[in-house]
Design a protein. Sequence first.
Length: 227
Amino acid sequence: MNRLAVLGAVLAALAVTSLVCQGESKDTPAEEFQKTKSRAEAGDVDAQYQLAKFYSSGKGTEKNEAEAVKWFRCVARQNDARGQSMLGVMYTNARGVGRNYCQAIGWFRKAAAQNSAHAQYNLGYMYAVGKGVPQDQKQASVWYLKAANQNDAGSQRIMGDRYAVGRGVDKDFVKACAWTQVVVPRGGEAARKQLLAIKSQMTPNQITEAQKLAKEISARLKKSVKQ
């Protein structure tokens, strides 16, 4: 066997060995849960957050929302915005803890102060429907817009609708069209239909202006993600 043939055989053997090792190292959900639990109990905040999600969803373990709350609270008390916002969700929806909108608002505010788009969206919702705070559509739009400017797709579509009807903001079809156009690639059929409905009420000049604004928003969002 010549040297090239020997080298080829060695490389092939290494490739097979690599595939076998990768297959053997893949954890089952239950194993992943146990490893995450060990890291969480050792103080790893990322593992604590993931463990809370495992308990919340029932991945790799029996679903236990009270345990999920326990670990989300552990993360939240370390001033981690992910845990704070999720703890707000648990209080809002009475999952693993008694429903308490005031507690939810408090945790959402803590996370929103750290620029959590998830929390900003949820504060927008709480103001929009009046849960834990007086209903205030202007404040709802303030928080939805903050989240939209962090590329939160749900908030972008909501702001498109709010600008279209003048809910909590001045009615503005150009902004409505621009925000909806930004979210269409991720917003599915609902966003596409919303865009068509808004455009049907606009002049050609307004549509051109909206397309220009949508490009500016998209460029700004892409730049902020890179930073």
